[in-house]
Design a protein around this ligand. Structure first.
Ligand code: PGA
Length: 269
């Protein structure tokens, strides 16, 4: 059974004070997290050290929102994987749609970053997802397949196992629109079917998160889907109460028979 991962992507919000306050609230409201759920927060780079101090007595994991693909060197303004490890990160987001859209990150660059991150034993969370027009034109499966295959190209089974995928339909990010549980499940099962072709059984161990306006009101339905293994949460992760309540929803679902035990539809599109 895959362990849920509930991840907060804080984006470019808040500095040290905000990080201190938000993590204090979360720690107070949720002093212990079930062993069946991993919880991750991804603050901005300069607040990573504030975050790691706040997390020293907590089970919450730390991640970054981006990384440079090179080991080191003359790349003004960039941050390397070894710096993230030193700062206490264990995860890093890669290829978020905002990075693809505003910083021209393409599949080739995302793959290079992924290889760098794996060399440093950081766990990559690779974001994939289609634009609204691509869905309207029924190209969403093709787009997500291309992104997924490019990210995983040439990886060994052991490497693939370290990777987390976040399916984030771009039309659902920050818009209040959410993919329906059926749409999410359909895409997650599809992604798993692509991975199964390349990695066989390992595909069943790879976590696929849903992202795009996940909040307490829709988290139960989304996380109940057999192939939805957690959430990458933007807006709702900036509010301690909402984030904690999503964690608690995930915890409650680990004790129930997730629809996961029903056979997954592995469709080809
Ligand atoms: P959202 O963001 O939850 O605000 O839609 C998700 C994300 O961009 O990762």
């Amino acid at each position: 059974m895959r362990k849920f991962l509930i991840a907060g992507n804080w984006k470019m919000n808040g500095g040290d004070q905000f990080t201190f306050d938000l993590l204090s609230f979360i720690n107070n409201q949720k002093p212990a997290i079930s062993e069946d759920v991993d919880v991750l927060v991804c603050p901005n780079f300069v607040s990573l050290s504030m975050a790691i101090n706040q997390l020293s007595k907590s089970d919450i994991l730390l991640g970054a929102q981006n990384v440079h693909e090179a080991e080191k060197g003359a790349y003004t303004g960039e941050i390397s994987a070894s710096m993230l490890v030193e700062a206490g990160c264990s995860f890093v987001l890669l290829g978020h749609s905002e990075r693809r859209a505003y910083y021209n990150e393409d599949d080739t660059l995302v793959h290079k970053k992924l290889q760098t991150v794996l060399r440093h034993e950081l766990a990559p969370v690779v974001c994939v997802g289609e634009l609204l027009d691509e869905r309207k034109e029924s190209r969403h499966f093709e787009v997500v397949k291309t992104q997924t295959l490019a990210a995983f190209e040439g990886l060994t089974d052991e490497q693939a196992f370290q990777v987390v995928i976040a399916y984030e339909p771009v039309w659902a990010i920050g818009t209040g629109e959410t993919a329906s549980p059926i749409q999410a499940q359909e895409m997650h099962a599809f992604i798993r079917s692509i991975l199964a072709k390349q990695f066989g059984e390992v595909a069943n161990a790879i976590r696929i998160l849903y992202g795009g306006s996940m909040k307490p009101a829709n988290a139960h339905q989304l996380l109940s889907q057999p192939d939805v293994d957690g959430g990458l949460i933007g807006g709702a992760s900036l509010d301690a109460k909402s984030f904690v309540s999503i964690i608690e929803i995930a915890e409650s679902l680990t004790n129930t028979v997730r629809e996961a035990d029903s056979p997954t539809t592995l469709e080809e599109h």
